[in-house]
Design a protein around this ligand. Structure first.
Ligand SMILES: Nc1nc2c(ncn2[C@@H]2O[C@H](COP(=O)(O)OP(=O)(O)OP(=O)(O)O)[C@@H](O)[C@H]2O)c(=O)[nH]1
Ligand SMILES: [Mg+2]
Length: 300
């Protein structure tokens, strides 16, 4: 008798949608921990982010992806490729849309991509905290005309409303399978990557206009001093134009200090130790169009 093994379900589940619909916020909410950065600006996520959800009868491997959009340029193409490749070769796709939006052209494009594979799709209507319950029915109706969904689940990634129901529905659709990763593992991302992302998140939140879109963050050194319960981190904020360096620094270095202060709080929470974070700015002209630099900054 081995009912445990028979009942155990596992597999890969991609979170797909237009920019800014709340994919990364949802992943963090499901995991109960912040591994993916989120911001009010579209095109926050640039890489595929694995989040491992463990439960007694299953392991769900969620993939947060960059928002699918029609931007031009090499970095944008890399980002959209990352998302598109997560539409197939997975067990389930969560297609995220916003409750405040009517279905539009961007969604049709994603639905067309999804129609090319046999992967079951759950429609997740996010941000329901922003609408009245009566607004949901016509939206569900409009989307159900577009294709067959395995389930349609309204949620709020921000408040957590409906998220348990979503995880349960996802688990039910998964095939029986093994635990792929150790039970205490939440992601396969290196701490250095998440640290760099937490700095980039503050750049997105604190710097206006187009500047953050040309920003990359690289952790140059990461030194643990366990006897002092301290981690000393040095990170470079790379900008693609001279004029942007001044904006990141701010008057008298005010801005970069404020970015560092906010990022440090998140990094300390993640690492569970005190952090000394040193930030500096470097200009790397046009790095978003250079194959070599894109690769060097982790976008390959
Ligand atoms: N009101 C409300 N806001 C939300 C909800 N989920 C996410 N947001 C907000 O929507 C914005 C975008 O969230 P993200 O999680 O970064 O969205 P994303 O889909 O990962 O965006 P990209 O990575 O740019 O594609 C942030 O300001 C979030 O706080 C929600 O359920 N309700
Ligand atoms: Mg995101």
């Amino acid at each position: 008798m081995n009912t445990d093994a028979e009942d155990f379900r596992s597999g890969f589940v991609s979170i797909i949608g237009r920019p800014n619909v709340g994919k990364s916020t949802l992943l963090n909410r499901i995991l109960g921990q912040k591994i993916a950065i989120a911001s009010p600006k579209p095109q926050t996520t640039r890489n595929r982010i694995l989040g491992i959800h463990n439960q007694p009868n299953g392991q769900i491997l969620f993939l947060d992806t960059p928002g699918i959009h029609r931007g031009t340029g090499k970095l944008n193409r890399y980002m959209v490729d990352q998302a598109m490749s997560a539409c197939s070769d997975v067990d389930i796709v969560l297609f995220l849309v916003e409750a405040t939006d009517r279905p539009g052209g961007g969604d049709d494009f994603i639905l067309e991509v999804l129609s090319r594979s046999e992967v079951p799709v759950i429609l997740v209507i996010n941000k329901i905290d922003k609408v009245s319950p009566e607004a949901l029915l016509p939206l569900i109706e409009a989307y159900s005309h577009k294709r067959e969904f395995s389930a349609i689940i309204p949620i709020s990634g921000l408040t957590g409303n409906g998220v348990d129901a979503l995880v349960t529905a996802t688990h039910k659709l998964l095939p029986p399978g093994p635990r792929y990763y150790p039970e205490d593992m939440i992601t396969d991302l290196p701490e250095r990557f998440i640290v760099a992302e937490m700095v980039r998140e503050q750049v997105l939140k604190q710097i206006r206009d187009e500047v953050p879109y040309g920003v990359a963050v690289i952790v140059e050194s990461f030194t643990e001093k366990p006897e002092k319960n301290l981690v000393v981190i040095s990170a470079a904020i790379l900008v693609d134009r001279d004029s942007h360096k001044k904006i990141i620094l701010g008057k008298g270095g005010e801005k970069i200090r404020s970015i560092g202060k906010a990022a440090r709080v998140d990094i300390e929470r993640m690492l569970g130790s005190r952090v000394y974070l040193e930030l500096f700015v470097k200009v790397q002209k046009n790095w978003t169009e250079s194959d070599k630099l894109l690769k060097e900054f982790g976008y390959e």
